[in-house]
Design a protein around this ligand. Structure first.
Ligand code: TXA
Ligand code: MG
Length: 306
């Protein structure tokens, strides 16, 4: 693995690689991404190939500024102004009508584009330096567990990347909230650590949960975000291997934080760690109820196969 600690010099090198049509593993505050020039169809096609991702699952385009996001879209509704003022830079992705010049491979042929301004300083510097928006899915093989540290990277995927920028552990630890504001009413397509309630307060209206009713939410497979080891959600871990809220009582148990933000930040690292042990099954104690837990709960359910 060609892992480079992120420095001004390696960020410049990564920007050159992006401009030359390369694919780079990039840190963001949510999870690591597999990035390429969003406006270069051949570079974007390589992302799909390296990930083994079906071409009908669109990518998120990362931008350094709100102005750059506006160049990528055909309309900028008032919801986009409210949400970007409230939550950017940060772990919120907006789906908007796409500008014609955005390559269709990037958006999987949809007439919408997903845009996000990440908060991670390395990713911000990289996009600015590359002078082009960067398309990046999570840097895991299709259906796998997202990496939140470079040590989590799948060796085969990592060997295909032109460069790997190490920006340390991801602070948020779960993928961004995705909200579709391209239609008549905003829809939540993927829960994240920016919760539905905070979004509703910012918009001054309630939002629908998406994915159903024929509305396009291409990445919402019932099984996703999965370790290779089968995972089961249980009420009480007992002495089985896995994630507990209580104290450790058996081998291969990890005590998880009781606060949702800290739990989210620790979750994928804990699952990657247990996944390496070759266990028959990993168990995870169900999270508390409550809106703050909806994203961790969603990812556990998906890791367990829906
Ligand atoms: O936090 C994140 O969002 C990370 C980091 C790297 O930014 N990225 C990420 O990308 O999780 P990915 O590709 O693993 O997930 C993107 C999700 C998928 O479920 C995809 O279907 C959805 O966003 N998406 C992308 N473009 C869309 C569009 N035009 N309409 C609806 N959903 C879209
Ligand atoms: Mg992903």
């Amino acid at each position: 693995m060609k892992v480079s600690p992120a420095t001004p010099e390696t960020i410049r090198e990564a920007a050159r690689a992006i401009r030359a049509g390369g694919v780079v593993v990039v840190p963001t505050e949510t999870v690591y991404g597999l990035g390429a020039d969003a406006l270069n169809p051949a570079a974007v096609a390589r992302i799909f190939e390296i990930k083994g991702r079906p071409l009908d699952n669109p990518l998120i385009v990362h931008v350094a500024t709100v102005e750059q996001a506006r160049t990528l879209v055909a309309a900028w509704p008032k919801e986009a102004s409210l949400l970007t003022a409230g939550f950017w830079p940060g772990p919120l992705t907006l789906v908007l009508p796409k500008a014609a010049f955005v390559p269709s491979v990037t958006t999987a042929g949809l007439d919408t584009v997903a845009v996000r301004m990440p908060a991670h300083p390395v990713m911000q510097a990289l996009i600015a330096e590359a002078k082009t928006p960067i398309a990046a899915p999570s840097a895991n093989p299709f259906m796998g567990l997202s990496p939140t540290r470079v040590e989590h990277l799948d060796p085969e995927l990592a060997s295909e990347a032109d460069l790997i920028l190490d920006g340390g552990p991801c602070e948020v630890g779960l993928e961004s909230t995705v909200i579709d504001v391209s239609g008549p009413a905003p829809r939540l397509l993927r829960p994240g650590m920016i919760g539905r309630e905070a979004i509703e307060r910012t918009l001054g209206q309630s939002i629908e949960a998406g994915g159903e009713g024929g509305h396009k939410s291409p990445g919402s497979y019932p099984r996703h975000y999965s370790p290779r080891t089968p995972l089961k959600v249980v009420r009480d871990l007992g002495e089985r291997p896995g994630l507990t809220f209580g104290s450790v009582r058996g081998a291969h148990q990890i005590q998880m934080p009781a606060e949702p933000e800290a739990y989210a930040a620790a979750l994928y690292n804990a699952l990657h760690t247990l996944d390496r042990l070759g266990l028959d099954r990993i168990y995870a104690e169900e999270t508390p109820e409550g809106p703050q837990w909806s994203a961790p709960r969603d990812r556990l359910a998906k890791a367990a196969g829906g």
